[in-house]
Every structure is written in structure tokens, then in C-alpha cells.
Ligand binder design. Structure first.
Ligand code: ZN
Ligand code: FE
Ligand code: FE
Length: 165
């Protein structure tokens, strides 16, 4: 474990956690898309997969600019969130209930990421790293939009379709 002396050290550790979290998501999102029945939900997962690949690249850009390695951390929280998504995928569920369950797992993931990016964006501002702050804010906005898109899908059709007859 590396010694954390200043906020810059914590910033790097938190970025590593997010980097590993995003890498885990790049593997998990195709499985969630495949398990979804609604075409809109499939598209939402696929679009967010492409965004997630950009999130990985933005983090790599930040690591390069500060001369640090992105490697060295496992995000245990994301491993748990992804495991819960996998647990839902394994359920024997009707189509709309499966979709509602996938959204329930996915919005937990987005909230976790939103918390992480909000934190590191603030650290970047405090540390005077404007370029990093801008890149992290971009990702934060995309996580927020993904969360809203998934929530709207649930509210507007999927939850209702999953209601008992
Ligand atoms: Zn992301
Ligand atoms: Fe984490
Ligand atoms: Fe995300």
C-alpha cells in the first residue's frame, strides 16, 4: 500500500480505484445489454459501454499528465456491484421484470461512479489541475445522464410492464 501524505496522493489512489472500476464495467455492460429484452434498454447499455471506454481513456490521459500509473488497485465496491448485476442476470425472470432488475443494478453502479467522480473532480480543482477537473466533470456528466436515462426508462415503461396483472 502506498503512503498517502497529501491530497495529491489520495487523488491518485481514488483515480486508480475509478480506473479499475471502469475496466470492470467495460466487461460487465455487454452482459447486461445481452440480458435486456427492451430494445431501448439494450441501446442504453450499449451507448454507455462506448462512453465507459472513453471514461477509461480520459483517466489514462490524466494519469499520463501527472506521470502516474493507472494500475495497482482493485475496486472492491464495483466488483460487488457487478456481482449483484450478474446475480440478476442469473434470475429466472419474465422479460420486463429482468429489465427492471437490470436497471436496479445499473443505477447503483452509476451512483457509485457519480460519487467517485464528484470527489476526484473536486480534488482536481483544489489541486489546481484544471485540465483533469474538466475531463472528470465530463465523465461525471455522462454518468449522471446515463443514470437519468435508465431511471426514465424504468419510470416511463419498464416498471409498469413488470407490474402484477
Ligand atoms: Zn464511467
Ligand atoms: Fe471503489
Ligand atoms: Fe457509468
Amino acid at each position: 500500500m502506498s503512503h498517502q501524505e497529501t491530497l495529491q496522493d489520495l487523488f491518485i489512489d481514488q483515480l486508480k480505484d475509478l480506473y479499475n472500476a471502469e475496466k470492470q464495467l467495460v466487461k460487465a455492460l455487454p452482459k447486461m445489454a445481452k440480458a435486456a429484452s427492451s430494445g431501448e434498454l439494450q441501446s442504453a447499455f450499449k451507448n454507455h459501454l462506448e462512453e465507459t471506454k472513453e471514461h477509461v481513456e480520459r483517466l489514462e490521459e490524466i494519469f499520463e499528465s501527472i506521470g502516474a500509473s493507472p494500475k495497482g488497485k482493485t475496486c472492491k465496491a464495483m466488483a460487488g456491484l457487478v456481482a449483484e448485476g450478474a446475480e440478476q442476470i442469473q434470475q429466472n425472470a419474465s422479460d420486463s421484470v429482468m429489465d427492471a432488475g437490470l436497471i436496479a443494478a445499473a443505477v447503483r453502479i452509476e451512483h457509485y461512479e457519480m460519487a467517485g467522480y464528484g470527489t476526484v473532480r473536486t480534488y482536481a480543482e483544489l489541486l489546481g489541475n484544471r485540465e483533469a477537473a474538466k475531463l472528470l466533470q465530463q465523465t461525471l456528466d455522462e454518468e449522471g445522464n446515463a443514470n437519468k436515462e435508465l431511471t426514465d426508462l424504468a419510470l416511463n415503461e419498464i416498471n409498469a410492464a413488470a407490474m402484477p396483472a
